[in-house]
Design a protein around this ligand. Structure first.
Ligand code: DC
Length: 230
């Protein structure tokens, strides 16, 4: 039996942390679709494109071959034969991904890969359009969000803990700008699917959110706690 769980939501809502934990508990595979858009963004940057070169994205992206491998249970993104996973989490790549993911050709190139992964195994897939476009028949759909202030505070903490100096206001502005782009693009904009369960993590811990989502999944799959991996 293959199960698909879709988790969508804005940048910084904790999707990847939560999706990874939920996947581990259920012994499903975690699929991070944002990383695929980031790999495409990296390819465009390397091709010399800037955020303003929107007219070039459709043509340039044809040269990118993106695939996914699982190494020790972790998703690895391969761009034209190179493992680019460690290069994807920068602000530059994230901002470029937010702009280039609005291009229909970029989305078309990644849609098949995402659907094939979900058809071949039980997955927890996170992104922006998983419940609305990629997996409209997903067994469970979650829309995970939090206030932009809370999301900015979490990002600020994460960066300062890594010793990276940053400005909270700037991070919040960046997050709001990214929300605006992701929610207002013409193709597959970020929005809550009609049948998605809304989870607002603003005042919840990671453990609480994980527990809530597992509860929703268990109700849906009629799995007892013992049937979960742990
Ligand atoms: O989740 P993330 O920050 O890694 O995603 C980076 C960008 O990729 C995000 O701003 C929008 C885009 N994206 C998308 O359009 N659709 C997805 N399913 C996942 C990400």
């Amino acid at each position: 039996m293959i199960y698909n769980i879709a988790i969508d939501g804005p940048a910084g809502a904790g999707k990847s942390t939560i999706a990874r934990r939920v996947a581990k508990e259920l012994a499903f595979v975690y699929v991070d679709t944002g990383a695929m858009y980031r790999a495409m963004a990296l390819y465009l940057i390397r091709s010399g494109a800037g955020k303003e070169d929107v007219k070039e994205f459709g043509r340039l992206c044809q040269g990118a071959d993106i695939s996914i491998e699982y190494r020790e249970g972790e998703q690895t993104v391969i761009l034209n034969g190179e493992n680019v996973t460690p290069l994807l989490r920068t602000e530059e790549v994230g901002n470029m991904a937010s702009v280039s993911s609005a291009d229909p050709k970029v989305r078309e190139k990644l849609l098949d890969l995402q659907r094939k992964l979900a058809a071949s195994m039980s997955v927890v897939m996170d992104g922006r359009d998983i419940g609305t476009t990629i997996l409209p028949d997903a067994d469970v759909k979650i829309y995970l969000t939090a206030s932009s202030q809370k999301r900015a505070e979490r990002r600020y903490k994460e960066l300062t803990e890594k010793g990276i100096s940053c400005c909270l206001d700037e991070i919040r502005r960046d997050i709001e700008e990214r929300d605006r782009r992701d929610m207002n693009r013409e193709i597959s904009p970020l929005r809550q699917a009609e049948d998605a369960v809304l989870v607002d993590s603003s005042d919840m811990t990671i453990e609480e959110v994980t527990k809530r989502i597992l509860q929703i999944c268990c109700e849906k799959f009629s799995l007892s706690d013992r049937e979960q991996k742990k």
